[in-house]
Design a protein. Structure first.
Lengths: 467, 467, 467
């Protein structure tokens, strides 16, 4: 034993104190390290990683909100450009009014009704709204608000969604242009944007009943082909049916063209909408996650391009002239078509979705005219019909095998369309009975700018006599 | 040996088990540490945290600068739209010239005079300017440049502020439209933007004497209701008083309307200004801090919306027709009103600020016409009067209890207004005496486009005869 | 003591060597750990750090792509504004078609031909294209895709470059305006954007033969003064020579002016182009690196401003009237001039580059008219001539001493210009022989809007009779 001890001691004995000192030093270092680590964790470590991702994502959210805002300028210029100069002030006023009223009603009621956070009046189907408060309070300005799934602050969430909210009414505004009376339309707008839009939207984005669609995989509507665009398109259809066509549009079997008065304005509109759509779809990633972001920008751009090309080629082949307004609507059709599925399709899939959307809008515009449904800017075809297409395409072109079915998707979009149509038909119908929704024939002939606003859009220029 | 052993054992023997235990603990700790390190791989170091926050914030700074740049397109189209077609080229030329000259003078003199960094000629009151150099040098491209308070590089700081600089002259340009001579106006622009704007701005943003206002809490002017907008508005008032009204505007008690020649252009202008304002106010957070950013976007949007609604409703009730140009100015009024205080008010506060601003601009526009102060685009009311309102509202609606008082705020904005007015009255007055500041009556009647530029804005269209 | 020793030895004695070994191991582990920690800070931490830097940079990439997209609206409105109202629909249709076809061809062929990643058909000179696949696969959505040098995902890379691709054809579209037949021009567009642009671009950005220029320092063309702008400008020159001038433009020694029909539209175009250029140049930093980003925004803005001022001053001095369209082209000249070198020049250097560019465009526009080369919008001067200037300026104004020589730069841009000219002359020449590239004189007189599209841009307004 002593030998053993001796043996042990003979070599390492001298080093034992050193070893012990080293251990002590090591422990000290570890203590320092622990302190540093704790400082890191508490201050900026582990959390900092998430914090910076959160900061980037939140920045993207507000930039995307600003881009969606620009879509309202796009709608205003597109609708003004595609209609007659005597109704331009009216269209601009309506579109400006819609974005203003949309933001205010969404703050005062819509947001909390759209995202009830489990606090339903009728479970999964309807929630009450209320004014927003300090959304930065109670962790609303931290990663804790929505985590990776909704990587923004409460105010970021609000302002991004608020910019979407007014879109539905804007879609309707184009379809009822050149004949709808201002006051009832603005009342309708407040109710559509303030009440109906968040109500229907809550079914999907508010985690309502649509989560059970597609065998529990949920309804697939990435950025709103259904809950924004089809919603607006079918609301527009109801209003157009109640309003009737513009005077002189359909005389017997003859369909008279009312060409848009300012094609540069219409083109500005479509290209601003396309630009804004990068925020609409890109922002719907709900974070700055690099993979989805690049994919969504790419599929959005390619679908728009393909939609423009197919509508232009069809008009060139069938109508014999390449029609600019058809090409413009083709671009929008591609954009609406990709909106439901931009994050789950391949680039080649997005091109096909756009090509088909461009074809759909071409035939739908012609078809509605045949049916004497007068939609001056093609809003029902672009947003309603292609909105349905986008939802179906999500099942057909999904490369992620997420279990979306055509039937499940159709159920979802049908529910949205029926609700939008019914709500609009009832509310606009009541307004029609109560105060009338259409201007007089004299006012229609003279133009709504003088009749409703006492202001001309282009007072320095000589308008052409009635054609 | 035994001694040795004894010696070894005598002291450390008792500690050997402890040492062994310590070693075991150390090994355990090291395992924990390894786990912690691996966790840290998913997290990050102290330095990286700040670096990435800096990278995001700097990115936001340059994007916000680009958005503020777009406001110059907004001003150009708004001012062109609200005036007559015979003066359109002149307005476009002036606005293009202002942004070009503004950027150059700010680089050559303004920036260093605006932010003297303690290097005053007259302490807290006036500093000399000089050309910018390599702002990336000496840590100008690191977090060290401005820290969390000004989270950008030196060039980021420069370009963001440079985009603001030209705004003041642009505000004046709208007010003097349709009668001011080009050359003296451009000379005035260079002096206003190059000298006066950074001089007055240095009082507040350059850490000048205004820091002592409000009992040492400092003047509250978040993004420039006073030092940008009221500055421009009161400079405009001085120039308008020196110029006099447009010929035929006020005949006896009759006030003749000169309706804007292109309402889509004016609407494009206001919506681009609104878009750009998200960069103007949002960028003034001076970092990408998520909490303030979401709040500022929200309050900016709600105030604009409320301003548009209140001005529209007032025009509808009082003038009997919903006036588009009034609604447009209402939106701008709300934006100017929220600019001083967007980061310290609640959403409901911002709505109230906007509603009041819309009312103020409505009555101010009517009042100035009564006083025969001819401001073709309403710039004095929108920027001057509502700029004052925004400063006062910062004291009234502050939810952060920062100690801003109405009286302190009024002192600050009064100093800005007086300085802007006096500088402009003197400089534009000298130019008036020296070379005249107004075109001839013949040129005014024919239009400045032909007179000053020999170019028409719309040569292919038939203008209406004099009305 | 011996008991103690015994006690110690009796049980732990056997373990003492083990304990000592353990201590040694612990010390070793601690050393390893320290190294690991240092690695973490330097290496592993960098990875986490890199992730967020990657996220920010990728976000900037897609935002910059959206800003470059807006340049297409800028080109559309600029070209429409600077030409006659009877050809407006045609210009809008062409520009919309170019962006749509450009995106599609770049996805189906161009991208993989532009960036062959070493997979050349003729080494350093020509690579085959192919459709893009899932660019997120195989690490395409991670930092690993391009590292710090190209800090974006594969889809980010694609969409940013795709937005550039169509620019070349858009430049041509302005130069051939008011007389080129639609169908051959669209065929030419597909071939120019789909084949020639990525082919020539691969020499520089695809790491082709141009890397050996300037004594191995490589060709300096930061964001594409040569491979985008000069490419487009010299392609335009070839097409213009094949087309001939507009009827009536040059009669004997008289040069007839065809003033642009809508100067607000042209101004909107230039200011949107300037806005988009912040994405074009800023995005070409290829990350969100704060130092270069601030510098590039600053030099881009100052060169544009200086170009506008010098062209305006020259027109005022020499032509006696300050010409708006010259000032607009001066801004663009400054932007094209700074595009090759925005990241390596000083602010004062950028001002000089812009001033000279503004002068160059002024004299070039006058010179081309003297040579009876009819370019309705000045595209050859702005993009071709100033593109060459930007490349030369990169050698003259470089403050980084990177070894760029005037001669090396000239070789590079000459190769680009010759290739663009030759390709265009051959392809457009074949189309001319095959189907004709010019509309009939009757159609030219009546306008291409009616002739090619059966649609007027402004059907509600009275056009002026032929002047």
């Amino acid at each position: 034993m002593c030998m053993l001890v001796g043996a042990v001691v003979s070599l390492p004995a001298a080093e034992v104190p050193e070893a012990v000192a080293t251990v002590a030093e090591a422990v000290g270092e570890i203590d320092d390290k622990r302190a540093a680590y704790e400082e890191l964790v508490a201050g900026q470590g582990e959390h900092a990683y998430a914090f910076n991702f959160f900061v980037v994502s939140m920045l993207w959210t507000v930039i995307a909100a600003a881009m969606v805002f620009i879509m309202h300028l796009g709608f205003a210029t597109l609708e003004a450009g595609l209609t007659q100069s005597k109704n331009t002030v009216n269209i601009l006023f309506k579109n400006l009014g819609i974005i203003c009223l949309g933001l205010l009603t969404y703050a005062l009621w819509g947001f909390n009704s759209h995202y009830p956070d489990g606090d339903w009046l009728i479970s999964g189907f309807f929630a009450l709204g209320s004014p927003i408060g300090d959304l930065n309070a109670d962790g609303g300005d931290t990663f804790g608000y929505g985590g990776v799934e909704l990587c923004m602050t409460g105010f970021g969430d609000f302002i991004f969604q608020a910019m979407f909210a007014a879109t539905a009414a804007t879609i309707v505004s184009g379809a009822v242009a050149e004949r709808a009376k201002l006051l009832p339309f603005m009342i309708f707008t407040v109710l559509l944007v303030g009440i109906a839009y968040p109500w229907v939207g809550s079914w999907h984005w508010g985690e309502g009943w649509m989560a059970s669609l597609n065998g529990g995989n949920g309804f697939k509507d990435f950025a709103g082909s259904a809950v924004v665009h089809a919603f607006g398109g079918f609301a527009a259809l109801a209003c157009v049916l109640l309003l009737g066509p513009r005077t002189g549009k359909y005389v017997g079997r003859r369909i008279r063209a009312f060409p848009g008065h300012n094609m540069p304005l219409a083109t500005i509109g479509v290209l601003l909408l396309w630009f804004g759509w990068f925020g609409f779809n890109g922002g719907s990633v709900l974070s700055a996650a690099p993979g989805p972001l690049g994919l969504v920008f790419t599929t959005t751009a390619l679908a728009a391009a393909a939609g423009g090309v197919s509508a232009a080629v069809l008009s060139w082949s069938i109508l014999k002239k390449p029609d600019l307004s058809m090409a413009l609507n083709g671009v929008l059709a591609g954009l609406v078509g990709i909106t439901a599925n931009a994050d789950i399709v391949s680039p080649m899939g997005s091109i096909l979705i756009g090509l088909i959307a461009g074809g759909i809008v071409f035939f739908s515009v012609l078809m509605l005219d045949r049916l004497h449904i007068d939609d001056p800017v093609g809003a029902i075809s672009v947003h309603g019909v292609c909105g349905v297409w986008g939802i179906v395409a999500a099942a057909l072109f999904d490369v992620t095998d997420s279990g979306y079915t055509v039937i499940g998707q159709l159920i979802g979009v049908a529910a949205v369309a029926v609700a939008a149509f019914a709500f609009s038909y009832i509310v606009f119908g009541i307004l029609k009975a109560w105060m009338g929704v259409r201007v007089s024939e004299d006012e229609e002939a003279e133009g709504l700018d003088i009749g409703e606003h006492g202001l001309e859009a282009y007072p320095n220029f000589q308008p052409l006599a009635e054609r």
